[in-house]
Ligand binder design. Structure first.
Ligand code: SF4
Length: 332
C-alpha cells in the first residue's frame, strides 16, 4: 500500500512545498495537504493551541487537525537553519513538540532536524533519514533529493520573475512557459511585507493582496526580491536572529532606499514576538523616507474584512493624493 504523508498548508508550505512534494512523490509516497484555510479550520486551531500563541501557530494546529485522520504520517520537520546565518523563530523549532504534546490521536510525526550549519552535507543527511523511514535505498533517495532541488530552483526563479508563491505553485503544477511579471504598467506599486504564511494565506490575510490588486495596485512581496540584494540592504549592526524577520526587515530597508514602490504595508501577526521588533524598526526606517508612505496592519483570529478594506482604501487614497501633490496636480 502506498504511504500517505500529510503536509499542512501553512507556515513552511509557502516556501518549501514544491520541494517537499517532489521529494516524496519521487519516492512513490502520496502527499496529502490540508487545503486552503477556512474559518472552521482556524476555529479548531484556536481551540487546541496555547491561548498566547501567535495566530499562524494557532492556524497550523487547525491545518494539522484537518489532516490527521487522512494520512499515515505528518511531515513537520524541525527546520533550524537553511542559510548558515540566521535561524527560524523558536516557535518553528518547537513545532513538532507543540503538535505532539498539544494534539491527541495524531499519526507519527516525521520531525527530522534540518540545520545546514552542521556542514555542507547535513541537509542531504536529513533527507536520507526521511527516505529511510520508508525503507528506500540510498540511490533512490539521492535521485529524489536532486529532483526536489531542481524544482525548488525553478520555484525560486518564478518568484524572482514576479510571481507570488500560490501562482508559482500553480505554474509548477500545470507546467508550460511563463512570462516574467515585472511589468507594472505605470500604475501604483505597493510592497506587502510580512511572513509568507500570513501574506499568502487568503483567509488569515483577509485577502489583502487580492484586495489591492482589485483596486488596481500591483503588489510585490519579499519573495520577489533577490535575497542577496536585500541582505546587502541591512543597516543594523547585528542581523536579526530569525530568518523570516531578517528577510522582511531587509526587504523594507531595500525598498525604502531604492524608492521603487509607491507604498509599503507591513502585515504583522498579533502575538508575534519577533514582529514587535520588526514592526518598530520598519516604522523608524519609514521616518527616514517620508516620500514612501508606510502602514502596518496587524492581523489576528478576529480580524474583520471590512476593517482591513477601509484601511487599504484610506491608504491608497492618501498615496494618490501625495503623488498628485508631488506632481503639482492637486493643492496641498
Ligand atoms: S515569526 Fe512570529 S508569527 Fe511567525 S511563528 Fe514566530 S512568533 Fe509566530
Amino acid at each position: 500500500m502506498i504511504a500517505r504523508v500529510g503536509i499542512p498548508s501553512s507556515l513552511f508550505y509557502y516556501v518549501h512545498f514544491p520541494m517537499w512534494q517532489t521529494f516524496f512523490s519521487e519516492l512513490g509516497i502520496e502527499v496529502v495537504t490540508s487545503g486552503q484555510t477556512t474559518k472552521g479550520l482556524l476555529d479548531e486551531g484556536v481551540k487546541e493551541a496555547l491561548a498566547d500563541a501567535c495566530v499562524p501557530i494557532k492556524l497550523f494546529f487547525g491545518h494539522v487537525i484537518a489532516l490527521k485522520d487522512k494520512v499515515d504520517y505528518l511531515f513537520i520537520p524541525r527546520v533550524v537553519c537553511l542559510n548558515r546565518k540566521t535561524i527560524y523563530c523558536p516557535k518553528f523549532l518547537g513545532l513538532p513538540d507543540m503538535i505532539r504534546h498539544g494534539l491527541s490521536g495524531i499519526p507519527p510525526i516525521i520531525d527530522v532536524q534540518m540545520d545546514n550549519r552542521e556542514g555542507w552535507a547535513s541537509l542531504w543527511r536529513s533527507y536520507l533519514k526521511i527516505g529511510r523511514i520508508f525503507g528506500k535505498g540510498k540511490m533512490k533517495i539521492l535521485m529524489a533529493y536532486l529532483k526536489a532541488w531542481a524544482v525548488a530552483k525553478r520555484f525560486q526563479s518564478l518568484l524572482l520573475a514576479g510571481m507570488h508563491p500560490p501562482e508559482a505553485m500553480a505554474v509548477l503544477k500545470e507546467g508550460g512557459r511563463v512570462q516574467p511579471r515585472h511589468d507594472h504598467k505605470g500604475g501604483l506599486v505597493f510592497a506587502v511585507l510580512g511572513y509568507p504564511y500570513e501574506v499568502h494565506d487568503q483567509f488569515i490575510s483577509v485577502g489583502l493582496v487580492k484586495k489591492l490588486k482589485k483596486m488596481g495596485v500591483s503588489v510585490i512581496t519579499m519573495e520577489n526580491l533577490s535575497p542577496k540584494k536585500i541582505a546587502r540592504a541591512n543597516i543594523l549592526e547585528k542581523k536579526m536572529f530569525w530568518t523570516f524577520s531578517d528577510l522582511a526587515l531587509n526587504a523594507a530597508y531595500y525598498l525604502f532606499r531604492e524608492g521603487k514602490v509607491d507604498g509599503i504595508i507591513h502585515l504583522t501577526a498579533f502575538g508575534c514576538g519577533p514582529d514587535s521588533m520588526v514592526d518598530k524598526l520598519m516604522e523608524l526606517a519609514s521616518k527616514e523616507y517620508p516620500e514612501i508612505p508606510y502602514m502596518s496592519v496587524t492581523i489576528d483570529e478576529h480580524t474583520g474584512d471590512a476593517g482591513v478594506s477601509t484601511r487599504l482604501e484610506a491608504f491608497l487614497d492618501m498615496v494618490k493624493r501625495k503623488k498628485e501633490a508631488q506632481q503639482g496636480t492637486c493643492p496641498r
